[in-house]
Design a protein around this ligand. Sequence first.
Ligand code: 4NP
Length: 146
Amino acid sequence: MVCLGNICRSPLAEGILASKVDPEDVFVDSAGTAAYHVGELPDSRSIEVAKKYGIDLSYQRARKFTVKDFAKFDRIYAMDEHNYRNILSLARNKQEAKKVTMILNEIHPQQNLSVPDPYYGSDDGFENIYQMLDEACERIVEKLQS
Ligand code: 4NP
């Protein structure tokens, strides 16, 4: 799960997907395309909205996406078009590029919709992105199982 800062959207996406899979089967992680917040906890508003749904994000620390992630992961979900383009610019071949998807295309195929960046917005924004990510992660799990 990849966003810009790895403190708002992708930590939530990581926590939500991790809560829906068996950790023995699926390894879920998140990263940011920028390094501004490396080493930090998720934003307190992401921690709070996740907690409301029984999901703990407090073990997470922000890190920057690296080219090694292409080898480590089968699927790479970008939260928005900006992240998507940044990740793709690091891909060294077609196999790596094929791993990258905009996460909302899982529920709105081919529409290239972005998960809105909630950083400068209100607390409502975090509930809103929680709901979007929950739906997208549910679909990801359905696809993994089929
Ligand atoms: P995220 O949100 O990409 O969902 O983690 C942001 C976090 C920090 C900043 C921007 C977006 N920032 O500009 O520091």
